[in-house]
Design a binder for this molecule. Structure first.
Ligand SMILES: [Zn+2]
Ligand SMILES: [Zn+2]
Length: 293
């Protein structure tokens, strides 16, 4: 039986004051908003970084590449790291923070993370930096953007997912989670575009000769990473009429293949009648085309 779609994806708080902008083309007294531009600069076990831009705000979500790589990838969309408003950090694993030291030390870009993540990055990477600390579960503003944060189950100190509410659309970031809790599903559901982890094919991971048993257990565990099947299940439970673009991200290079991840997801979306959702692949090597929302 087909699952009926939720018709009210927003369940939103009232629109944030000041979200709309005066639009000269719209004439006096009318307002319009500049579309948010989303570019997944890269996603996978060796580095994760996304770029999001509104009329007033330019954010990275995670900085899991070297500054040089981030600079090159931003240059491909005619942007420079010097103009960033801030960096949102999900957790301290190196594939999410590899470029953070240079971005803060050389360029002074503000970093937004929770306290435990801040402490752990400084400890592991042996450098000190100032951060704008948020409490997990809280929401905060950066320019014309409102960021919702929520706890996700993963083997880091205090890992979070983000729902970034911009004047024109909500963008969700949900990678590195062992399983999708009810809290996660509820908090991410208002997303119009979502980066969702589809990390591994369970059989490929179990059969992988290069990974020790303990590591397989960690990845498969409740605080590891989402398999393709688990991602499809999460997408089904998140599904709303408002979700339009679904990026599959954080694919394992050894224990997954893009065509398998795509097939598992598209078959599931077809089964539940979610024909309105565009499924896209985020890859490790190169940025995705920019999405305008
Ligand atoms: Zn990761
Ligand atoms: Zn991680």
């Amino acid at each position: 039986m087909k699952q009926s779609l939720r018709l009210d994806p927003h369940q939103n708080r009232p629109a944030k004051q000041g979200f709309e902008k005066h639009c000269p083309a719209a004439g006096a007294g009318l307002r319009c908003a500049v579309a948010v531009q989303l570019t997944i600069l890269g996603s996978g076990s060796s580095g994760n970084c996304s770029y999001l831009e509104t009329g007033e705000t330019r954010l990275l979500v995670d900085a899991g590449f070297s500054l040089r790589q981030i600079r090159e990838r931003l240059a491909s969309i005619s942007r420079v790291p010097e103009n960033l408003t801030g960096i949102l950090v999900t957790h301290e694993h190196i594939d999410h923070v590899a470029g953070l030291e240079m971005l803060t030390r050389k360029l002074g870009i503000p970093v937004y993370c929770n306290r435990l993540t801040h402490e752990e990055i400084q400890l592991e990477q042996n450098f000190k930096f100032e951060a704008r600390i948020f409490a997990t579960g809280s929401s905060f503003e950066v320019g014309d953007i409102l960021v919702d944060t929520f706890s996700i189950p993963h083997d880091a100190q205090d890992p979070v997912g983000f729902l970034v509410r911009t004047p024109t659309a909500n963008v969700g970031f949900l990678t590195d989670l062992g399983h999708a809790t009810n809290l996660v599903l509820e908090r991410i559901r208002p997303a119009h575009a979502l980066l969702l982890e589809s990390n591994h094919d369970v059989k490929m991971l179990q059969d992988c000769p290069r990974r020790p048993w303990s590591l397989k257990q960690r990845i498969l565990g409740r605080h590891g990473h989402l398999s393709n099947e688990a991602a499809a299940q999460a997408a089904q439970e998140i599904m709303s009429a408002g979700l339009r673009h679904l990026y599959l991200g954080h694919l394992s290079s050894e224990c997954n293949r893009p065509e398998i991840a795509m097939r598992v997801m598209t078959e599931r979306l077809e089964k539940i009648g979610a024909a309105h959702v565009q499924t896209l692949l985020a890859c490790q090597q190169a940025p995705c085309p920019t999405l305008s929302l």
